[in-house]
Design a protein around this ligand. Sequence first.
Ligand code: FES
Length: 150
Amino acid sequence: MAIRFTLNGDETTLDVDPAKPLLWTLREDIGLPGTKLGCGAGLCGACTVHVDGVATRSCITPVGLIEGQSVTTIEAAGADPVGRHVVAAWCALDVPQCGYCQAGQIMNATAFLHEVPEPTDADIDAAMAGNLCRCASYTRIRAAIKDAAH
Ligand code: FES
């Protein structure tokens, strides 16, 4: 079935099973490996992308549901003015340890800062609570979000 959507600013048409998770469509059919598989069950946030600007867990989002919508992945995070600040802060503060969860962290942080441009620590902790990091980089993540907010 042909699915039409915008991907990182480009009109895209794919002939794909509409039930296939967006995560695997991005990685296997389109060749964008930046979006990661963690739990595969909507629980860890590693696979977070934006769908029409909303942070979305691509592992549990059937690609058929994004027909006509706009998807942004970590590969285009820097094209967004807020995302650019987030990526710069992540680099400046050396946030990642192993790095595996960080694409999802950055995508969630960017969507959050669009909604709450001047967050408190409590706002950040609440917004990021669903993005797990096995290296426990949470303190640096919070600092980077505060840095990006300025
Ligand atoms: Fe999607 Fe964990 S891989 S939420």
